[in-house]
Design a protein around this ligand. Structure first.
Ligand code: HEM
Length: 442
């Protein structure tokens, strides 16, 4: 017989309340019904998980019993094919084995220079500004970084057709739970975006490989499965390249935007981190070897991802009937895991709403802090994102001070990622004059 974890009495209001403000809704549910609750959202059995041990059971121990929810797979298929973001089981394992070695910390270190160049190119026009649109700047930066490392195109954000195609892919693949909030796309928009992005990948694959290692698409084409010795097909390389483009820019851009906001809001923390950056780097540009030394900056990034995890909702659905925490769960059910709610547990993170980077002087519990997920689907790009975030923030703090314009108080908006509603304006002021900055590399 079916029995369910505690939850609200079934009512049509629940889906409405969730859609209106998912963050408040999920937080309230966890407060009222505990760390594993059940609610009918529309006609969907929905289980909301915030308990670290149940999260481990789903994402690690019984990971092979789950896949990404059907709406994610369906809505993503035109662009993402059977790439890592949507696949599961044997296909996922094979692709992951082939791709993993390209995304380790040491494999990515040679790309630190491209990341730095993109930051320097961005700040050329900051010299003349007193205020920036931090959300827009970080989005362009992250697009240019993933574009140059993945595709060897260093100005992806400024190429109108690629920019449009990427944004159409982002909207199309958006979580259907919140899709109504997004602009409606026509079939012509979608086809044109698919053609543009296919053309980008095909162009790279057809180029003679005179410079091995120039971009990750080329490396993906020659990467070998350590178990079977086979390679990805051309179609699979295309799918994975678009998966990386999709997964690899908005999340990092949003994390950087929140970090700048929190530093602007907490000038004392900004001063400490700027001092650390000054001590470690002086006036010289950062290299990947500096990353582990910048511990204060590392803690700021960890605390930012705790308060505002860009991937605020992870979804799973069982591939067969499964028992979780003693409850039977059927294949059509939706399991909702929210890092945003998990990271606000006051027992594990005292004063959870406060920005206190020093709390990360101690390692948090492995399943209580999950901005990059855990288990076989843990973020492939975590080392990429961490390198990018440290290089960007250290370089910006070397040269600029950030502050909040009068009355700015950011509100998170839970769309596909956790964005600051209405963007993020910040005051920016140049500090120090002796360093050469902002050489354009284009
Ligand atoms: C701060 C930035 C980032 C955050 C917070 C983040 C977060 C996540 C999370 C939570 C997952 C797991 C999703 C799930 O289990 O359902 C994930 C998966 C993934 N991420 Fe990231 N990510 C970030 C940056 C990146 C970057 C820069 C890349 C690529 C360059 C990337 C590539 C991927 C891929 C390919 C997957 C799918 C992995 C798999 O299922 O095997 N991510 N990310």
């Amino acid at each position: 017989m079916m029995h369910y974890p505690p939850g609200p009495t079934p009512s049509r209001q629940e889906l409405l309340k969730f859609a209106q403000n998912p963050l408040t809704y999920l937080t309230t549910l966890a407060h009222q019904y505990g760390e594993f609750s059940y609610v009918k959202l529309g006609n969907r059995d929905t289980y909301v998980v915030t308990a670290p041990d149940i999260l481990r059971e789903i994402l690690v121990e019984k990971a092979d019993k789950f896949q990404k929810p059907g709406h994610t797979r369906d809505s993503a298929s035109r662009f993402l094919g059977e790439g890592l973001l949507v696949s599961s089981g044997a296909v996922h394992q094979r692709h992951r084995r082939i791709m993993q070695p390209l995304f380790t910390r040491s494999a990515l270190e040679p790309h630190a220079g491209s990341m730095l160049q993109a930051v320097q190119a961005m700040t050329v026009h900051w010299e003349r500004c007193t205020e920036i649109d931090a959300a827009g700047e970080m989005m362009n930066l992250a697009l240019n970084i993933v574009g140059s490392i993945m595709f060897g195109v260093s100005t992806l954000a400024h190429d109108q057709s690629l920019r449009t195609a990427t944004s159409v892919m982002q909207q199309y693949s958006g979580n259907t739970l919140v899709r109504s909030k997004l602009t409606a796309l026509t079939e012509a928009d979608i086809q044109s975006a698919v053609d543009t992005l296919d053309g980008l990948v095909r162009g790279i694959l057809e180029r003679p490989h005179d410079t091995p290692g120039l971009n990750l698409v080329t490396l993906l084409q020659t990467a070998v499965d350590p178990v079977t010795g086979d390679r990805l097909s051309v179609g699979e390389v295309r799918d994975e390249a678009l998966n990386i483009l999709m997964a690899g820019h908005e999340t990092t851009a949003i994390a950087l935007t929140w970090a700048l906001y929190l530093l602007a809001k907490h000038p004392d923390v900004q001063e400490q981190v700027t001092a650390e950056v000054g001590q470690v780097l002086g006036n010289r540009p950062i290299t990947s070897a500096d990353v582990p030394t910048l511990t204060g900056l590392g803690q700021v990034i960890q605390e930012t991802l705790r308060l505002y995890p860009p991937a605020w909702l992870l979804g799973r659905t069982p591939v067969e009937p499964v028992t979780i925490a003693g409850y039977p769960i059927l294949p059509e059910a939706n399991l909702v895991i929210s890092p945003y709610v998990i990271h606000r547990n006051a027992e594990r993170f005292p004063d959870p709403e406060q920005f206190l980077p020093a709390r990360f002087a101690q390692e948090p519990g492995r399943f209580a802090y999950v901005p990059f997920g855990v288990g076989p689907h843990v973020c492939l790009g975590q080392p990429f994102a961490q390198l990018e975030m440290v290089i960007t923030l250290a370089t910006l703090l070397q040269h600029f001070r950030f502050s909040l314009p009068e009355g700015v108080e950011a509100v998170p908006e839970a769309l596909m990622t956790l964005r600051p509603q209405g963007g993020m304006r910040l005051h920016v002021e140049r500090i120090g004059t002796s360093v050469e900055l902002g050489r354009s590399h284009e």
